[in-house]
Design a protein around this ligand. Structure first.
Ligand SMILES: NC(=O)c1ccc[n+]([C@@H]2O[C@H](COP(=O)([O-])OP(=O)(O)OC[C@H]3O[C@@H](n4cnc5c(N)ncnc54)[C@H](OP(=O)(O)O)[C@@H]3O)[C@@H](O)[C@H]2O)c1
Length: 348
């Protein structure tokens, strides 16, 4: 007889393996990374599977496909995400598990999808024992941006700017390259590379002609490149550097930022790194669509009207938009301030 503690331990250890399998899947794209381990009633691993991206088998189906018919009867399936209840490019995993005769399903995190959730209920209705929440924190951490985007129907929006001590983003003639030093710029490139997409407004494209690539300190492209997104109506010149980006650019109008962000999420973009300029950053802030601010402050003064952020429609100090500092870092001569809005402090 297995004790309750032994059962918990076996579930957690299989979930740890399922997490490793999930991490073999692609970190970007519309679908989450998911891993699955099928255990015999005696607790031995019968099969393993993971999801390789949209249009391919889900982790549960991948694992079951490695077993002979009937071999999963009475088995336990340990999956990082609640089995789906959705017929998309593949059938519902909840049904595949029931049809295979699986007796117990252990999962970490509930599926937040509008069309895919409900798998646990479907399993229970078919008499399968369901154990949710095993290693939920670890799986939440792995699926951080995907869960954020799936739950909010938009990517996590990170707004970055570089400013002088007096909060200016450019000099009187519009030049802003470079306010901060090499350390701050390298940090920006690392963060660009970690994001799914990078955004600016047409104003920045027309003023600075940025390439919107993530590069190392010798100017070579980093392996992971964000998708460039240029918000606005004005035409981006045919010879603009962004048009030579390794990923084809996306050009939303910016008329309805919430709808544009939703569309980016539908395209599989989970995190959007917004590099300006002040007009786009202000519009996102005014619409309360910013989840993280990265402010690189240089020990310099520029004076003048070119503020890092424009009007946010705040009439009086009581209406100030409040943030909490999540981190403060020294980068060479500059300082990086990371701040999260108090209304939604960065969590999922
Ligand atoms: N210090 C820094 O970190 C930093 C970073 C970037 C840029 N800059 C500087 O900023 C300056 C450019 O400033 P900018 O404010 O013109 O650039 P911007 O914010 O990149 O572009 C502004 C344009 O974005 C479009 N847009 C799209 N959606 C919008 C919305 N919902 N609300 C308002 N506008 C929207 C509009 O263009 P359409 O008319 O085409 O619709 C608007 O004119 C340059 O001097 C650049 O060097 C500084």
């Amino acid at each position: 007889m297995t004790t309750v503690d032994e059962q918990h331990g076996a579930d957690a250890s299989a979930m740890r393996r399922a997490l490793e399998l999930a991490e073999l899947g692609p970190a970007r794209g519309v679908n989450p990374r998911v891993g699955c381990v099928v255990l015999s009633p005696a607790g031995e691993i019968l099969a393993e599977g993971w999801h390789r991206g949209a249009g391919t088998a889900h982790a549960e189906v991948d694992a079951l496909s490695k077993l002979a018919p009937g071999a999963a009867r009475g088995a336990t399936a340990v999956v990082t995400l609640e089995p789906c209840n959705h017929t998309g490019r593949t059938g519902p995993c909840a049904v595949a598990l029931v049809e295979a005769g699986v007796a117990r399903v252990v999962y970490a995190v509930a599926d937040p999808g509008d069309h895919s959730s409900g798998g646990a209920d479907r399993l229970r209705a078919a008499g399968v024992e369901v154990v949710p929440g095993v290693l939920a924190d670890e799986v939440e951490a792995m699926l951080d941006d995907w869960l954020f985007a799936a739950r909010r129907h938009r990517p996590r929006v990170i707004v970055k700017w570089a400013a002088s001590l007096d909060g200016r983003a450019a000099a009187a003639d519009g030049t802003s390259q470079w306010i901060t030093g090499a350390g701050a710029r390298a940090d920006v490139h690392r963060r660009r590379s970690a994001a799914d997409a990078i955004a600016v407004g047409t104003g920045t494209v027309l003023a600075d002609d940025p390439s919107l690539t993530a590069r190392d300190d010798r100017g070579h492209l980093l392996e992971a490149q964000p998708v460039p997104v240029v918000f606005g109506h004005r035409a981006v010149p045919a010879d603009a550097a962004v048009r030579r980006h390794p990923n084809p650019p996306i050009f939303p109008t910016g008329d309805d930022l919430a709808a544009d962000l939703e569309e980016l999420q539908r395209r599989g973009i989970r995190s959007l790194f917004v590099e300006g300029g002040p007009t786009l950053a202000s519009a996102l802030l005014a619409a309360d669509l910013v989840d993280e601010l990265l402010v690189y402050v240089a020990p310099a003064l520029l004076g003048g009207p070119r503020l890092a952020v424009g009007d946010l429609g705040i009439p009086t100090i009581a209406d100030a938009r409040r943030f909490r500092f999540a981190a403060v870092e020294r980068l060479g001569d500059d300082v990086l301030l990371v701040a999260h809005p108090t209304t939604h402090p960065g969590g999922n």
